[in-house]
Design a protein around this ligand. Sequence first.
Ligand code: URA
Length: 238
Amino acid sequence: MEERLQKYLAEAGVASRRKSEELIAAGLVKVNGKIVTELGTKVDPKKDEVVYRGQVISKKEVEMVYIMLHKPEGYVTTAKEQFGRPSVMDLVRDVKERIFPVGRLDYETSGLLLLTNDGDLTYKLTHPKHDVDKTYHAKVYGTPDDMDLQMFRRGVFIDGVRTKPAKIQIIEKGERQSLAEIKIHEGKNRQVRKMCEAISHPVAQLKRVATGDLELGDLPKGKYRHLTATEVKYLKKL
Ligand code: URA
């Protein structure tokens, strides 16, 4: 059956679907010996030969891997880092397959980060129309009162746009800082930090503890594990 070239590349583990579109547009992909830059191009996996950077891309040879990493603070989630800062890719060096992070976490944020070579799943999980809840533990300055919490839950304005309703619960009150559990399903840039700023309780520390039903649990910081078959099945069903 024919399918779109970018989907084919993503499923073969070359890159995410969006990144694959860029690779095609940049003229790095050949189909049957000819460079193709048209994004709608259809290929028949049985008949057509797809080549990326001189390598024949075949879907069957690629083993799909799904990894959960406990990202430490002080790591970027991009593969190429212009300022020489450590990358999460340094922590998964012993994985043979060419995996990439599913979405982003800020440099200063720690916690659950999924990495995979399944570009199709990455596309689904990061697409705004798929509302996967992400749960964060945020240490915030001060203690938000009921009004603050109500504002947060209804949605606050960040960069001129109102955020969708979110969940927040204070799970620990301290003298200077409190610990809040926050659930959002959007993924705007620095969203949790900006939402907390909007209620005047800025974040001191931020950790993602769950993506949907997948929990970080007691995975040590800097370590990764492969997802179980049940977890992979769950993600694919989302
Ligand atoms: N929200 C943030 O502000 N930062 C993250 O890393 C993730 C969500």
